[in-house]
Design a protein around this ligand. Structure first.
Ligand SMILES: Cc1ncc(C[n+]2csc(CCOP(=O)(O)OP(=O)(O)O)c2C)c(N)n1
Ligand SMILES: [Mg+2]
Length: 294
């Protein structure tokens, strides 16, 4: 049973997108495209799924979310702040010297960050280790890993894929942010991935293919993945890089560039137009009632 309507989740997600662009504009650098494509998936996970306690970020029984595509740190920071892991004021220090919010996530500096990522290709291996540890320790936490599509061109991802199947890690859900664009161009031009879902199936994973901006789709796949036994789960989520801002959508140019003041204003106007006229969903930063204390 969902604690939020899809409309409320969409509203939270768009508020997070606005915050991401403000942070990157203030910092003068950062990665908007892959932050915006991941916003809906991450909103769903952090508001509906993950068993977390923002007051106790190292709680041993927490679910783990690992942002393998670490350059999308702004959306992770925005959502962690909104969920109460640290003050929202920290967001204005993104990428500053000495700030806990560096350009790529650091598990030593930032509450709620599970893995220091940014060197692409390593996050799934980290997730496999954490999931295996959960099995050995007889813990019931679940591990979620969010990967980029350019990222899965890395060979290490496929070593991790084999290991996850060998160890029958049914406490592991990977989600692939399949936005079709990497830093320098379109994924099929740089290194084609298709048939991607079949590749994961061949590696022994249970696989779903969904629209990564449709909350009903995300909910169904994440829920079904939790029910799988004896296999890891991969959700291939079709997304739009730069989602929600017309001049950023599908454009590699917006992979790692800060908007100017004028571009930011246009982007915020567009994102704001998607918001519901009434209702306060997402304004509070609270998760599902009771969630935080589990
Ligand atoms: C090992 C490694 N090589 C190169 C980079 C530089 N780099 C940062 S983001 C990126 C492209 C990633 O594309 P994708 O995984 O599709 O990310 P998204 O589209 O979700 O932003 C690259 C090559 C890196 N961070 N790590
Ligand atoms: Mg991509």
């Amino acid at each position: 049973m969902s604690g939020y309507t899809d409309e409320q989740l969409a509203q939270i997600s768009n508020e997070l997108r606005e915050r991401v662009l403000q942070m990157i504009a203030k910092a003068g650098s950062g990665h908007p495209g892959g932050s915006l494509s991941a916003a809906d998936i991450m909103t769903y996970l952090f508001y509906e799924v993950l068993r977390l306690d923002p007051q106790h970020p190292k709680w041993p029984d927490r679910d783990r979310f690992i942002l393998a595509k670490g350059h999308a740190a702004p959306i992770l920071y925005a959502i962690l702040a909104k969920r109460g892991f640290f003050p929202e004021a920290w967001l204005d220090t993104l990428r500053q010297l000495g700030s806990p919010l560096q350009g790529h996530p650091s598990m030593k500096d930032t509450p709620g960050v599970e893995a220091s990522t940014g060197s692409l290709g390593q996050g799934l291996s980290f997730g496999v280790g954490v999931a295996l540890a959960g099995k050995l320790d007889q813990k019931d936490y679940r591990v979620y890993v969010l990967l980029g599509d350019g990222e899965v061109q890395e060979g290490q991802v496929w070593e991790a894929a084999m290991a996850a199947a060998k160890f029958r890690l049914d406490n592991l859900t990977a989600i692939l942010d399949y936005n079709g664009v990497q830093s320098d161009g379109k994924v099929p031009d740089v290194m084609p991935l298709e048939p991607l879902a079949d590749k994961w199936r061949a590696f022994g994973w249970a696989v779903w293919e969904i629209d990564g901006h449709n909350f009903a789709d995300i909910r169904r796949a994440v829920t079904e993945a939790r029910g799988v036994r004896g296999q890891p789960a991969m959700i291939v989520a079709h997304t739009v890089k730069g989602k929600g801002v017309s001049f950023m959508e599908h454009r590699a140019e917006w992979h790692g560039k800060a908007p100017s003041a004028a571009e930011l204003a246009t982007a915020l106007t567009e994102l704001h137009a998607h918001r519901q006229p009434a209702g306060d969903a997402g304004a509070s930063g609270k998760g599902r009632e009771g969630d935080d204390q589990q």
